[in-house]
Design a protein around this ligand. Structure first.
Ligand SMILES: [Zn+2]
Length: 416
């Protein structure tokens, strides 16, 4: 088989496109494949599909293709243009690459698979492309995937904030708990950060949202009330955030008590911070023994901890009525604990109680959001930090967006 025929097969080219020449440069370790078409070929207008004679050719362009063995392989062609009576002079679609891409479809597919599996730096090194090219490729894949997905509003959504980088740069994330995907990433954690998500949908679509899981955060609450009909019946202040607020109360009690104890030369609480914050079900084996010793002492922190753990039971109830009765007992206990941080936490929850109890109508769990959070943490680690917030968005949509990232092969450009 001649090299031209070989590359015709390897590139998967079909009529009218043929390989005109193949050049191998041993020194530069590259193969350059020239591709062309017969003079009389007619091409389709990319907008309406009308078959037209070639109007002219654009200057030669080059696409990176899959390597031939270890040789980097480049495809060269002059893209033909047609003059459509309706759409004017337009470049015909090329079957091997998307408009504007510097890579062939097959190279993009490989690169996307590589970027899904390895960190950006490593994938770029294996693919022999630059860091910027790798990000650009990911961005294109995300834009393509989001365009293909179109405007779909999930039945349920979860809203959360996420700190990126070490500073206090926050992003607002909207997830679909049923599909376990990140649907939207907004700048900051203000009302408009979330409002912009809702603004992409019409009123009917927004009315179809059945439940929203979120933290007791006024900016998000306002955004939901402004954009989602009957938001007050749909918002659920989720248990993860509520337990986090109560956990913060426990931590404040511990800090105050630890300081007071140290003043008396007592270091009982030294290094105990995380023991009090664990969900007991997740406590590492080695921590259990020490925790068993200190939790039964007469510590204020122990009482605060017991309050926190008792509250978990709230979500085990089946009905709003029984949950409400449990809550009243817990609230009485907490507000009579003489532990100001716990009293504060109890009052915060009490002020928002109606939308804590909506859980019994819409039992949204945060398990998915938490799973996504650890996936995002892995993405952050893998990207070795982000140069800017756009990179964060691209990476999260790329790995957690549930998008079809692959280029669609063009099948209708062949004419003549
Ligand atoms: Zn046309």
């Amino acid at each position: 088989m001649e090299s031209k025929e070989l590359y015709q097969c390897l590139l998967g080219l079909s009529s009218p496109w043929t390989v005109e020449s193949v050049e191998l440069d041993m020194a530069k370790q590259r193969v350059d494949v020239q591709v062309g078409h017969p003079a009389a070929t007619r091409f389709a207008c990319p907008d309406c599909g009308r078959e037209l004679a070639v109007y002219d050719h654009q200057a030669e362009r080059v696409w990176r293709h899959l390597d031939s063995c270890q040789f980097m392989t480049y495809l060269h062609a002059k893209p033909p243009r047609v003059e459509c009576p309706e759409h004017g002079v337009r470049q015909a679609r090329l079957p091997w690459a998307e408009a504007g891409s510097r890579f062939t479809h097959l190279f993009e597919v490989l690169a996307i698979e590589m970027l899904q599996a390895a960190n950006v730096k490593r994938a770029a090194a294996i693919l022999r492309i630059s860091w910027d090219q790798a990000w650009h490729l990911m961005e294109r894949a995300v834009l393509r995937g989001r365009a293909a997905k179109g405007s779909v509003v999930p039945r349920q959504i979860g809203v959360d904030e996420k700190a990126i980088s070490k500073g206090h740069h926050y992003m607002t994330l909207v997830c679909d708990p049923e599909a376990a995907t990140i649907e939207y990433i907004g700048e900051g954690r203000k009302e408009e950060s979330l409002a912009a998500y809702f603004a992409a949908f019409d009123a009917d679509q927004r009315a179809n949202i059945e439940a929203i899981s979120l933290d007791m955060w006024p900016a998000y609450i306002n955004a939901c009330r402004a954009h989602v009909p009957q938001a007050d019946e749909k918002m659920v202040f989720d248990r993860f955030h509520i337990m986090q607020h109560v956990g913060n109360g426990v931590d404040r009690v511990r800090k105050q008590e630890h300081k007071a104890l140290l003043g008396q030369g007592d270091d009982t609480l030294t290094g105990s911070k995380y023991l009090w914050l664990y969900n007991p079900a997740n406590m590492p084996e080695k921590a259990r023994e020490r925790f068993a010793q200190i939790k039964h002492g007469h510590l204020k922190t122990g009482r605060a901890w017991a309050l926190k753990e008792a509250l978990r039971e709230l979500w085990d109830y089946q009905s709003t009525g029984w949950a409400r009765r449990f809550w009243d007992r817990w609230y009485f206990w907490a507000t009579h604990s003489r532990l100001p941080p716990m009293i504060d936490a109890a009052k915060l929850i009490a002020r928002h109680l109606p939308n804590v109890l909506t859980y019994f109508k819409h039992p949204i769990t945060n398990a998915v959001a938490e799973g996504l959070n650890s996936k995002i943490a892995a993405v952050q680690k893998r990207a070795c930090g982000f140069r800017n917030p756009d990179n964060f968005k691209i990476a999260v949509y790329f790995h957690c967006g549930g998008l079809n990232l692959f280029p669609a092969r063009v099948t209708h450009s062949k004419v003549g």
